[in-house]
Ligand binder design. Structure first.
Ligand SMILES: [Zn+2]
Length: 244
């Protein structure tokens, strides 16, 4: 397997995580995020929808779900040391790769100016299809197009430059979550407790899953095995691609 050229963390000042729903980053990458924030990297979350189609409890008024899920993501971000969460307010379950979504993600990229972007994979991972909502792939594709070419092209989305003074910005590397062919793994043994607390913050999504920690552990162990590591490790998996 060809391992990617990954920038060392000490060359990263800012990272941006773009996800489809509140809770995605906590299932897929929050151990890694907690490691980064602890080492001084400023991490921003951009969540495209409010997860308004989520939840499990019919007693909760559906009208309350978007605000509830924003609050849960704010709390989880607090657990992992993330200070800024941007919600773009798209409809859960209806994400499409539109020029408007590309513009909105490009705006966030130009404002945050991240060296590293964490995002969903736009590729289908067939063996795990039920884990990968179509919104994830749409979010991945839209983010990819925002990273290249939109955010770096001063002539794309001219209103960003003219109306909002947001200059073009080139992202150095993307880290795709849920990708069918991961090529980079982060050992999160020491962040497991933090990751679980972040997941528990999403009460509307996780309170009914009584064996959540063992489900999460099983996945992290499997990914560590994929990485070729010795027993006893827990890994979050990414497909990292240089984009500069
Ligand atoms: Zn999701």
């Amino acid at each position: 397997m060809d391992l990617p050229q990954v920038l060392p963390d000490d060359q990263i000042e800012r990272a941006l995580v773009v996800t489809a729903h509140p809770d995605d980053v906590d299932f897929l990458a929050s151990g890694t995020v907690a490691q980064w924030t602890a080492s001084g990297i400023e991490v921003t979350y951009c969540v495209l929808s409010d997860g308004d189609a989520g939840g499990f409890d019919p007693a909760v008024d559906r009208a309350d779900i978007p605000a509830l899920r924003r609050q849960e993501q704010y709390r989880a971000a607090g657990v992992t040391g993330v200070k800024t969460v941007d919600f773009l307010g798209y409809t859960d379950g209806a994400l499409e790769v539109t020029p408007g979504l590309r513009l909105d993600i490009s705006r966030v990229i130009r404002r945050v100016r991240p060296q590293r972007v964490v995002m969903h994979s736009p590729e289908i991972n067939w063996p795990y299809l039920p884990d990968f909502h179509p919104d994830h792939r749409m979010a991945g594709e839209a983010t990819l197009r925002a990273v290249y070419p939109d955010a770096r092209n001063p002539f794309a989305h001219l209103e960003l430059l003219h109306d909002e003074s947001l200059e073009a910005w080139t992202v150095d590397e993307i880290w795709m979550m849920g990708a069918p062919h991961p090529n980079h793994w982060v050992d999160i043994n020491e962040q497991l407790t933090t990751k679980m607390h972040a997941l528990y913050a999403h009460t509307s999504q996780t309170a009914h899953i009584h064996d959540l920690e063992s489900i999460i552990r099983t996945r992290l162990v499997r990914q560590a095995v994929d990485a070729g590591w010795a027993d006893g490790h827990l890994a979050e998996a990414f497909h990292v691609v240089a984009t500069r």
